[in-house]
Design a protein around this ligand. Structure first.
Ligand SMILES: *[C@@H]1O[C@H](CO)[C@@H](O)[C@H](O)[C@H]1NC(C)=O
Ligand SMILES: *[C@@H]1O[C@H](CO)[C@@H](O)[C@H](O)[C@H]1NC(C)=O
Ligand SMILES: *[C@@H]1O[C@H](CO)[C@@H](O)[C@H](O)[C@H]1NC(C)=O
Ligand SMILES: [Cu+2]
Length: 677
């Protein structure tokens, strides 16, 4: 690509820096001094002098430099002597938010401004703070101990926690979060599930809605939380959320507005479970364990699951009460999980922060980035019970599972449940009769059955995602005309043998100019690509490897429909930023490998949609079954550049990413044109 995609750039800039130009000297100077001022504020805090360097263990891991996107690598030298600087910081800066004033019972008309500081930094599991935890479970609660599974490993922590501290607030609050980058590589923070209406520049997508935050820099995020539910925050750069940069972001409603408030007695932050699959050291491709709120069974040992040398997360409940629990999967590998609790049924009430008609289930599945909330009724004997998490696909190949403990008040406090985590439920119905929600295991395609929506789940009892119903009707009628866009998830082997992942036969390459900030500086037609624009240039992306800035331009304020086909055998979690969509179709097609075939099937009515009188489930992340498809609908009322990608990290980093450009430049929020090298 030459320079001809640039649009009327000031000549001095073009000359000094072809297309990834630096901030002007003045800009960068004032930016640097801002950072300096912030750091000085920390440094000038008198109490910091009392915390000696010993408070902060020196990480013993040497951080290599990663390719964090296909054409971006991390910088070798941090801007500051970070180890030194952050050991000087006051410990209070590393707090959780348990006593934050915004953590409160939500009341009508009492929205607040909520300030948080998130320090993102290199750290480790089983550091010196944890030494006694190996021998004494109570010591695990010691401040800043990240026990993990008892295997020392490098992590990237938020305020010395993995997962990071939970942020809890009320709908309509205004959030101000300062993110301080004490990593040795760039970062950004994404607020998964927040639509960022009016603040698209806060979405945290690197080179899409902002430039990454360099080591030593601070970024202030300020936005209104105009919705409720179990949301979360996570880094959107490379593998950082795999190293731990993620946390819960729970937005509550007033009890009058909460349609499910009658269904439970308690909604406690300690009942939020963030599940994450982990790798060891820097072997990013090799999944080694699953952790629940950063803890879990050590799979390297041969000890039985209920050996008291393992450290599990414990959820305490009092008999006779009903609890709302929130489960978030910060999935890194291709490792969907099945969640259930021994001897208990779960009343499923919400997914991805969107309330659903309650479904009583024995368990549910999650693919990466999905969330489910359920109500647990503490109606069993006062004992300890296993919360069971079974991994599938890559995790199943390595027999990886995990547990946590549901502990009734009145049972022995530190005891573990009897038996193994994945033991079959003893007193309950046969396996066949269990009801599992959000099952991803579809039967192989049967072309004669394609036109039935209820087809093809592994077990007839199970409830597929598309069978869930929202508590809110869809915002359209049977007369609404949708503009349909077809795309596909697939993979391709590059000439050098590397496996790349693709959307619509294109592997995404990150641009050099941030699309939102620089949109007046380039010409769309020259800067963006899509399959048809490449075809017009004579390239056939079905045969050769196409890599570019894959942008789909779609109109704003229109009913849009996306049909996304999955050419691969395994399920992939599809996520779009900026919108919550309704899932109106999901199924298996078989090996079709070509969008033209899918369009043809659709033309012949073989990809059915739910009718408008069914309140299709609202989600922001949904699995596309292996060799299957999904159909989602939304009103494109949020102009901007919104990432659209697979939430499996290895796939996203290897190109399974595209951008939705919703609306025209002039319809988007005015943001100072900005370029930066
Ligand atoms: C938030 O704002 C919306 C729209 O103004 C309003 O309907 C809703 O009641 C508010 N919620 C709370 C908790 O104040
Ligand atoms: C395919 O589906 C049809 C209709 O539902 C059914 O009659 C047939 O037995 C199925 N074939 C297979 C191989 O499952
Ligand atoms: C694909 O690119 C062409 C040429 O730049 C453009 O006219 C068209 O709108 C693009 N299609 C989509 C869906 O963005
Ligand atoms: Cu994927």
């Amino acid at each position: 690509m030459g320079q001809n995609f640039l649009r009327r750039l000031p000549a001095n800039r073009v000359a000094s820096c072809p297309w990834r130009f630096a901030m002007s000297k003045r800009e960068s100077k004032s930016f640097a001094s801002l950072v300096l001022i912030v750091l000085l504020i920390f440094a000038s805090n008198p109490s910091q002098c009392e915390s000696s360097k010993d408070d902060f263990p020196q990480a013993k891991f040497e951080w290599p430099s990663f390719a964090w996107m296909r054409n971006k690598t991390t910088k070798g030298t941090p801007a500051l002597d970070l180890k030194n600087d952050y050991s000087q910081m006051e410990l209070a800066n590393f707090g959780d938010f348990d006593r934050h004033p915004c953590r409160r019972v939500c009341q009508q008309g009492q929205s607040q401004n909520c300030y948080y500081q998130l320090v993102v930094h290199n750290y480790q599991r089983l550091g010196p703070e944890c030494q006694r935890c190996q021998f004494d479970e109570r010591a695990c609660a010691s401040e800043h101990c990240i026990y993990g599974d008892g295997v020392a490993n490098p992590v990237m922590a938020v305020n010395r926690m993995v997962p990071g501290p939970s942020i809890e607030l009320c709908e309509n609050d205004t959030v101000v979060v300062d993110v301080l980058n004490y990593l040795s590589e760039p970062t950004t923070m994404h607020w998964h599930g927040v639509h960022m209406h009016r603040t698209p520049e806060m979405d945290g997508a690197p080179f899409i809605t902002q430039y990454p935050l360099q080591p030593g820099e601070v970024q202030r995020h300020e936005f209104k939380v105009d919705r409720s539910g179990s949301l979360w925050y996570h880094s959107h750069v490379g593998w950082q959320r795999g190293f731990g940069v993620a946390g819960a972001f729970v937005v509550r409603q007033t009890s009058q507005e909460n349609q499910h408030s009658q269904l439970y007695d308690y909604d406690l932050v300690e009942h939020t479970l963030m599940i994450q699959d982990i790798f060891y050291e820097y072997n990013l491709q090799d999944v080694r364990n699953i952790l629940v709120n950063g803890k879990g069974r050590n799979h390297l040992s041969q000890l039985p699951d209920n050996d008291n040398r393992h450290r599990y997360e414990r959820l305490r409940v009092t008999p006779g009460y009903r609890y709302r629990m929130r489960v978030i999967l910060n999935g890194i590998a291709n490792c969907p999980v099945e969640f259930s609790i021994e001897q208990h049924r779960l009343l499923m009430i919400s997914t991805d922060g969107n309330d659903i008609e309650p479904v009583l289930a024995d368990g549910f599945f999650l693919t990466s980035a999905e969330r489910f909330d359920f109500v647990l009724e503490a109606n069993q004997y006062k004992k300890n019970y296993w919360i069971r998490i079974k991994g599938y696909e890559q995790c199943e190949n390595r027999n990886i599972y995990q547990g946590a403990v549901l502990s009734y008040r009145g049972s022995a406090r530190s005891e573990l449940p009897q038996g193994d985590i994945l033991d079959k439920p003893s007193s309950r119905a046969a396996d066949e009769d269990l009801i599992l929600v959000n099952d991803f295991r579809f039967k192989p395609a049967n072309s004669t059955a394609i036109s039935s929506l209820r087809q093809s789940l592994d077990k007839d009892n199970n409830v597929g995602t598309v069978a869930l119903r929202s508590v809110d009707p869809v915002p359209w009628t049977r007369y609404t005309k949708f503009l349909t866009h077809y795309s596909s998830f697939g993979s391709r082997t590059a000439p050098n043998g590397e496996v790349l992942f693709q959307i619509s036969d294109i592997s995404y390459n990150s641009p050099g100019i941030s699309l939102l900030q620089g949109r007046h500086l380039y010409q769309d037609d020259r800067y963006f690509c899509n399959k048809s624009s490449l075809a017009a240039e004579g390239r056939n992306c079905e045969r050769e490897l196409c890599e570019c800035v894959n942008v789909m331009r779609l109109p704003a304020y229109r009913p849009l429909e996306m049909v996304v086909a999955n050419y691969l055998d395994s399920t992939h979690p599809f996520h779009i930023h900026g919108f919550t969509f309704r899932l109106v179709g999901q199924g298996v097609l078989g090996n079709l490998n070509d969008l033209r075939n899918i369009q043809e099937l659709d033309r012949r009515g073989r990809l059915p949609r739910l009718s408008e009188d069914s309140a299709a489930v609202a989600k922001d992340t949904v699995q596309i079954p292996g060799q299957g498809y999904i159909i989602v609908r939304f009103i494109s009322n949020n102009p901007g550049f919104w990432l659209y990608h697979c939430h499996v990290e290895a796939h996203a980093v290897q190109g399974m990413v595209a951008v939705l450009k919703i609306g025209e430049d002039h319809q988007m929020k005015n943001i100072p044109a900005r370029v930066r090298c």
